[in-house]
Design a protein around this ligand. Structure first.
Ligand code: TYD
Ligand code: MG
Length: 475
C-alpha cells in the first residue's frame, strides 16, 4: 500500500476496510464507514523508532497497597467508582446528550475542589455557559479551574510540567482533536488518539481523568465504545429525559465491582442523590390495579424494588404488538411462550405492553416470575396483592428457578413494608452464595413466603379468574 493511502474505518466498531462501503462487514451497521488517515501515523510523544529498551520484570506477589480512594462526597458516585476515585485512573462517563453528564461532573468537581485541585475543560460549551450553569447550581464560588479548549496538544502541554491537578474533566472527548491525526474531531481515530494522549499524561502525573463521551445511534460521532478498553472505569448515565431519575451504571471497573448503580434525581438545582431508590421507584404505585407487580431485584450489591407493569389488550392487528420498555423483548417472548405452552394461557390475538416503572432497565432473569405475574394479572384483571413482591427465574419447561441474593431481596421487601413474597424454592447453590452474611442466626424475615416451583403456581394465585378467562377465550 502506498504510504499515504487512506483507510476507511467504521465509526461504530472501529473495523477498517480497504474501500468505502455502505454497510460495515464487521458489525453490520449502515453508513458508518468514513475515510480516515492511516492509523500508522503515530501521535507525538509515542516513539516509532527501531530498537526498544529492555523492560524490568517483577514478581506477581508484591508489596502494593490497595490504591487510596478519594471520596467525591457524592455517595452514589463513589459507590459506582468502587468506593472513591483512584489517582492516575481514567473514567469514561458515557450517555445520551442532555442526560446530565456535564451537570454531574460539574457538581462533583465543585464538591471535590474544597480538598483537591480540580480542572474542568469544556470543548462543547463556552466558559460563560459553564459559569451560568455553576451559578444556577449555586456552585460558582467553588475553586474549580475552568477552560474552554479542544486541542489535545495544548491540554497535554498544560499538565506535563508544573504542579499537576488532582482531578481533570474533559467534556467531551468527541470535541477534542489532535493535530497529529488527519481526520475530523469525533472520528474513531481522533477519539482514540486524544484519549490515548490524555490517559498517558493522567497516568504520568497521577491525576484522575474523567472523559465525557456521547453515545449516538446514528454513528456519526464515534461512540465511546472504542474507548472502553482504554480506560479503567466505564460509567453509563441512563434514564430517559421524561423521567427525573437518572441511573449511573458501572459497566467496567478495574477498581471495584461492576453492575453497581447510583441513582440520582434531576431537579431544578441539579442532580440529587437518591438514597432509597426502592421507595422512589414505588412512590407512584397505585395499589389494587391489575397488571402491576413489584419485583425485588438486585442492582450491583444493592437490592432495588421496582414495579413491573403489563397491559394485555385485544389486538386489531394480524401480528399483535409486543412493546417492552426497560426489559428485554426476547425475554418477554420467552415468558409468554412458557405461559402459553406450560400453563395453557392464550395470549394470541392480544397486544402486550410491558413497562418497568421509573425508567430503570432490568437485566436480571430473576424478573421472569414478576413479569409472568404481571402478565397473568393483566390478562385476568385480578390484581397481584399490593403487599407482595415476586422474583424467580423461569425455565423453558415452566420451572421457577432459585436466584442469587434471596435473603437480601427479602430483607429489602420487609423493610419497605411488604408482607408476602412469591419466591422460588431456595436452591442449594444460591443459598451457599448469598447466605453467608445472612444465615448468621438472624431471625428470618417477617414475610409470608409462597413457594413457586412452576409457572402453574404463579397462575394458580389467580386461579378462579384464569379459569373464567380460559372459558371466555374458548367460548
Ligand atoms: P447536561 O448536564 O448538559 O447534559 P449532558 O452533558 O449529558 O449533555 O444536562 C442538560 C439537561 O439537564 C438539560 O436538559 C437541562 C437539565 N438540567 C436540569 O433539569 N436542572 C439543572 O439544574 C441543570 C443544570 C440541568
Ligand atoms: Mg454536556
Amino acid at each position: 500500500m502506498a504510504k499515504n493511502a487512506k483507510t476507511f474505518v467504521c465509526q461504530s466498531c472501529g473495523a477498517s476496510a480497504p474501500r468505502w462501503a455502505g454497510k460495515c462487514e464487521a458489525c453490520g451497521e449502515w453508513n458508518t464507514i468514513v475515510e480516515e488517515a492511516p492509523r500508522e501515523v503515530l501521535p507525538k510523544g509515542v516513539s516509532g523508532g527501531k530498537g526498544g529498551r529492555k523492560i524490568d520484570f517483577v514478581d506477581l506477589r508484591g508489596q502494593s497497597a490497595p490504591p487510596p480512594r478519594r471520596s467525591t462526597t457524592i455517595g452514589e458516585l463513589d459507590r459506582v467508582c468502587g468506593g472513591g476515585l483512584v489517582a492516575g485512573s481514567a473514567i469514561l462517563v458515557g450517555g445520551d446528550p442532555g442526560i446530565g453528564k456535564s451537570t454531574l461532573l460539574l457538581q462533583a468537581t465543585a464538591l471535590l475542589a474544597a480538598k483537591a485541585a480540580c480542572v474542568y475543560i469544556t470543548g462543547e460549551e463556552s466558559v460563560d455557559q459553564v459559569r451560568l450553569r455553576a451559578q444556577r447550581l449555586a456552585l460558582d464560588t467553588a475553586p474549580v479551574q475552568l477552560a474552554s479548549a479542544t486541542n489535545v496538544r495544548d491540554i497535554v502541554a498544560s499538565f506535563e510540567s508544573g504542579t499537576a491537578p488532582d482531578i481533570v474533566v474533559i467534556d467531551s472527548i468527541q470535541t477534542m482533536y489532535s493535530d497529529t491525526v488527519d481526520s475530523a474531531p469525533g472520528t474513531v481515530t481522533q477519539v482514540r488518539t486524544c484519549a490515548h494522549e490524555l490517559i498517558r499524561v493522567a497516568k504520568k502525573r497521577g491525576f484522575t481523568l474523567f472523559l465525557v463521551g456521547h453515545v449516538t445511534k446514528e454513528g456519526t460521532l464515534a461512540g465511546p465504545r472504542v474507548l472502553e478498553h482504554m480506560v479503567d472505569t466505564v460509567l453509563y448515565f441512563e434514564g430517559d429525559r421524561g423521567h427525573q431519575f437518572r441511573i449511573l451504571r458501572a459497566v467496567k471497573n478495574r477498581f471495584g465491582p461492576t453492575d453497581e448503580i447510583g441513582v440520582f434525581e434531576m431537579t431544578d438545582a441539579g442532580l440529587n442523590e437518591v438514597l432509597n431508590p426502592s421507595a422512589l421507584f414505588l412512590a407512584e404505585r397505585r395499589g389494587n390495579v391489575s397488571g402491576s407487580c413489584v419485583f425485588a431485584g438486585i442492582e450491583g450489591t444493592r437490592p432495588v424494588l421496582v414495579e413491573i407493569q403489563a397491559l394485555v389488550a385485544t389486538s386489531a392487528l394480524g401480528t399483535p404488538r409486543r412493546a417492552v420498555v426497560g426489559w428485554e423483548a426476547a425475554r418477554l417472548n420467552m415468558v409468554l411462550a412458557v405461559l402459553e405452552s406450560r400453563a395453557g394461557l392464550a395470549f394470541a390475538g392480544h397486544d402486550i405492553y410491558l413497562n418497568v416503572a421509573g425508567g430503570l432497565r432490568i437485566n436480571e432473569p430473576a424478573a421472569d416470575a414478576a413479569v409472568a405475574a404481571a402478565l397473568v394479572s393483566a390478562m385476568t384483571g385480578v390484581p397481584v396483592p399490593a403487599d407482595a413482591v415476586v422474583f424467580g427465574e423461569i425455565g423453558l419447561s415452566g420451572e421457577v428457578r432459585a436466584v442469587a441474593q434471596r435473603d437480601l431481596r427479602l430483607k429489602e421487601a420487609a423493610k419497605l413494608g411488604f408482607r408476602q413474597a412469591w419466591v422460588p424454592r431456595p436452591g442449594r447453590k444460591s443459598e451457599k452464595k448469598a447466605g453467608a452474611p445472612d444465615s448468621s442466626g438472624e431471625p428470618k424475615s417477617t414475610l409470608a413466603l409462597k413457594d413457586m416451583g412452576h409457572v402453574l403456581d404463579v397462575v394458580s394465585q389467580f386461579s378462579d379468574a384464569t379459569d373464567a378467562a380460559k372459558r371466555r377465550t374458548s367460548a
